[in-house]
Design a protein around this ligand. Structure first.
Ligand code: GRF
Length: 210
């Protein structure tokens, strides 16, 4: 089977990127990371990519007049690698409907961008899922992987997994528990995409049998 060509978009430390790279290199999933894109030149995730000889593309948003120009530059540099799926892994930027349309995977008839969110959507969307769920006092939170649509963390949900908050938890312990799940769940979602096992019916994403 051909490996799914994945571009990972990052802004920060890149522990999810690392997990995806490791799953690809150890042939646990039928995918390869063909490029890593960052809007921050200081993102540690870029070092991780370089260690694995993965091409990096840095397009700093502050250097562009608006979102469209920023995205146009990303598209110009990224399309050369012919990505089949874009994976947002801690990418802290919203994208335009035009960018979402540009990335649509016509062969698979599926949206071409997925995102991981550290809360049980539709609860606690936004930039601090762990912090918001913790402060709210939930007994269970979760990890959500969803397609990107035009809203903030509103796209059709591909996979979700819950985890508990314990009485003794600090926010850091709570986050660590969630991150361990993120690192397993994201490769799983990529594998489902690679194997054509996702079908969107309305807002519901069906997982098809192999
Ligand atoms: C993760 O918690 C992810 O769910 C959120 O941003 C964080 C990125 O972490 N969207 P990392 O850069 O993969 O370590």
């Amino acid at each position: 089977m051909n490996k799914l060509r994945v571009a990972v978009f990052v802004s920060g430390s890149g522990t999810n990127l690392q997990s995806i790279i490791d799953h690809c290199e150890n042939q646990k999933i039928d995918a390869e990371v063909i490029a890593v894109v960052s809007n921050k030149s200081t993102a540690y995730a870029l070092e991780r990519a370089k260690r694995h000889n993965i091409p990096t593309i840095v397009v700093e948003s502050k250097k562009f007049k608006d979102r469209r120009e920023h995205e146009a530059e990303i598209i110009k540099q990224l399309d050369i690698y012919k990505p089949e799926l874009i994976v947002f892994a801690g990418y802290m930027r919203l994208v335009t409907p035009e960018f979402i349309r540009h990335c649509y995977n016509k062969e698979k008839n599926l949206p071409g961008i997925i995102n991981i969110h550290p809360a049980l959507l539709p609860s606690f969307p936004g930039t601090d899922g762990y912090g918001d769920a913790f402060k709210y006092g939930v007994k269970y939170s979760g990890i959500s992987i969803h397609f990107i649509d035009e809203g903030v963390d509103t796209g059709p949900i591909i996979l979700q997994q819950t985890f508990p908050r314990y009485d003794s938890d600090t926010l850091e312990e709570f986050r660590e528990r969630g991150l361990k799940i993120e690192h397993k769940l994201y490769p799983m979602a990529i594998q489902l995409y690679a194997h054509n096992r996702l079908k969107i019916e309305g807002r519901y994403v069906k997982i098809l049998e192999e």
